[in-house]
Design a protein around this ligand. Structure first.
Ligand code: MFK
Length: 569
């Protein structure tokens, strides 16, 4: 370009290259290394072509559909042209196509076919991991569908078997998704306060009356929800679980009014609605009462989805940032040649590795549990590590998305680059399916009646003992010390009472997450003997084993001052 004065300015011709994505399976060295480590070679040879194909689609047609769905958000049509209440939720063609693809790719079905026994969940979650970051959050209905399928598998009967078959089908004409309607106006955390009422019609057939404040994926064919049968006691134990078939043969909602769609920070392609149940027909599943305990079967699956979706989002953000850094020139050379930028990318890579291994650790345990092959100790570990993995990966995904935005400079802050979406969509991960604090307290709950902590410390020590290597031993020693600190802390906390425990619960959950991740990084490095894996284990153990919060009276009083919550009114 030449200025009016005739001076040629080379900088004005500088155009940035948009970041590009390659095959998301081939490019993901950690995923491939992990699968080589954890899967039998024969199984990997069988599933790898599917994963590679999906990795290609995640960077091509699925990515394009996700972008199209994001650009055409859902619309609520309350009335038809003649004034009849219809409550249609219109979604884009791309959203429907993502539904069909998720069926044919077996994103849910693979888990229930169990073609590879205990390893089937690894195969299935690897598919979700590739699909999720391109899918405009179609992973959300799939999470609830999988949770509902597991709930029906455990608690259902012959009348719910056809629904289970739909939820786990690979045939797009047969495939159904399920919603999970737990949140009411009283909040998404305190589910025991549910006020939806269930009136019996006959046998297990009921009608529901109430208001559901957040219902994701309202376009699903069925939904699982909680309600209190008339006369049942207050609290979570007085609730029961119900299956709703949303529409009649004409496609109209069955006594469900859509009050409005939510206007959300992110997840914009996902129809999230407020609904009023006005005598909605519903089927009681799993018997009366103990609804919170029963529906935990469902939300423990969706929490694993959350963890895998979080690490998938981290990996996508890193892929974009790394490609950009290779092309974006500043101060005379590509960003990737600037030592401080490399350091920033390396720290992101380290955070991602730790979070990835933690998420897939619970995937492995879930697979064992579902195949009836988990030991009692592994069942305790699964219960203990699900909230830990969910809360930790969610927080890391948000922090990493923010860092990646910054690594794009101003371009990362501009909507039409698509980069801000990384953060908007990540932010929900620490909110839905249980907030960080609710899940930190759930980690304590998991230790209530069984020695889950003892199961975990024993497991970590045993695994570290089996992963000895000269270049990893100093790291392993640090982890052994961290385990001891956690044990001592837990003893002090339980002697000091509930308030101490609850005050420190978040730091406790983080310490478990980081120590479990450290163990996994060491095991992975020990098995792969791969230089990045060794460095990751060493760096993680040197820097990231977390301090614990002593929640004693003085600490709590000081916190109250800082939080300004000590004002007497
Ligand atoms: C891509 C990823 C997409 C993800 C999909 C997103 C879709 C989002 C749509 C949503 O619905 S978001 C809303 C999600 N809401 C939650 O996740 C609920 C968060 N709140 C909690 O988890 C609370 O901790 C809880 C509601 C469970 C507290 O309720 P209570 O009634 O105070 O619990 P209580 O009395 O401690 O426990 C009742 C029973 O449940 C106990 O068993 P017992 O009856 O035998 O004593 C508990 O042990 C059991 N329980 C609780 N949590 C459990 C559990 N059992 C197993 N696993 C758990 N996690």
């Amino acid at each position: 370009m030449t200025s009016p004065l005739g001076i040629k300015n080379p900088m004005s011709e500088f155009i940035q290259d948009a970041p590009r994505l390659g095959n998301q399976y081939d490019d993901d060295t950690l995923l491939r290394s992990y699968l080589r480590w954890r899967l039998p070679a024969k199984m990997l040879a069988e599933v790898e072509p599917d994963l590679r194909r999906l990795g290609h689609r995640a960077a091509t047609d699925i990515l394009a559909l996700g972008e199209e769905a994001e650009a055409s958000p859902p619309r609520h049509v309350p009335y038809d042209a003649w004034g009849k209440r219809v409550d249609r939720i219109e979604t884009s063609d791309a959203w429907h196509e993502l539904d069909r693809i998720s069926a044919t790719e077996g994103i849910v079905a693979t888990a229930y076919e169990r073609a590879h026994g205990v390893h089937s969940r690894i195969d299935q979650f690897a598919r979700l991991y590739l699909f999720a970051p391109s899918s405009a959050l179609y992973s959300c209905p799939l999470a609830m569908t999988d949770g509902a399928a597991r709930f029906l598998e455990v608690h259902g009967d012959e009348t719910t078997r056809p629904v289970f078959a739909h939820l786990t089908s690979r045939d797009p004409r047969q495939f159904w998704t399920s919603g999970q309607w737990m949140t009411e106006r009283t909040g998404g955390s305190d589910v025991g306060g549910t006020s939806t009422m269930a009136r019996c019609e006959s046998g297990n057939d009921y009608r529901l009356y109430g208001l559901k404040w957040f219902t994701s994926a309202t376009t699903s064919q069925v939904a699982m929800t909680l309600a209190r049968i008339e006369g049942a006691p207050v609290g979570g134990s007085g609730l029961s679980v119900f299956l709703i078939t949303l529409r009649d043969r004409d496609g109209l909602l069955r006594n469900i009014r859509v009050d409005r769609l939510k206007d959300k920070l992110g997840t914009r392609a996902l129809p999230t609605a407020e609904l009023t149940l006005e005598g909605t027909p519903a089927r009681l599943v799993g018997g009366t009462g103990e609804g919170v305990r029963k529906i935990a079967t469902l939300f423990n699956v969706t929490r694993v989805y959350n963890a895998v979706a979080a690490v998938a989002g981290m990996r996508r953000a890193i892929a974009l940032a790394t490609d950009y850094a290779r092309h974006r020139v500043a101060f005379g050379k590509p960003l990737i040649e600037h030592p401080l930028h490399v350091e920033t990318l390396a720290e992101m890579g380290l955070q991602f590795r730790a979070a990835f291994l933690l998420a897939f650790r619970v995937v492995e345990l879930l697979g064992k549990e579902e195949c009836g092959e988990a030991t009692e100790s592994e069942l305790h570990l699964l219960r203990f590590l699900i909230p830990v993995a969910k809360l930790y990966t969610a927080k890391r995904a948000i922090a990493l998305a923010s860092e990646v935005i910054e690594s794009f400079g101003g371009a990362g802050y501009v909507e039409d680059t698509g980069i801000p979406r990384l953060l908007r969509d990540a932010q929900v991960l620490s909110i839905w399916e249980g907030t960080t604090n609710v899940l930190s307290l759930d980690t304590l709950r998991a230790m209530d009646r069984v020695d889950a902590l003892g199961a975990w410390t024993g497991d970590v020590r045993r695994r570290l003992g089996a992963a000895r290597a000269a270049d990893l031993n100093p790291s392993a020693e640090r982890v052994v010390s961290a385990v001891q600190r956690i044990e001592d802390y837990a003893t002090r906390a339980s002697r000091s009472g509930k308030e101490f425990q609850q005050t420190g619960a978040r730091s406790f959950a983080y310490a478990i997450a980081r120590t479990e991740a450290a163990t996994l990084l060491i095991e992975h490095a020990h098995s792969s003997r791969d230089r990045p894996a060794i460095v990751a284990a060493q760096r993680w153990c040197a820097r990231h084993l977390a301090p614990l919060v002593e929640g004693d009276e003085l600490h709590r009083a000081d916190s109250a001052h800082l939080a300004e919550s000590d004002h007497q009114t």
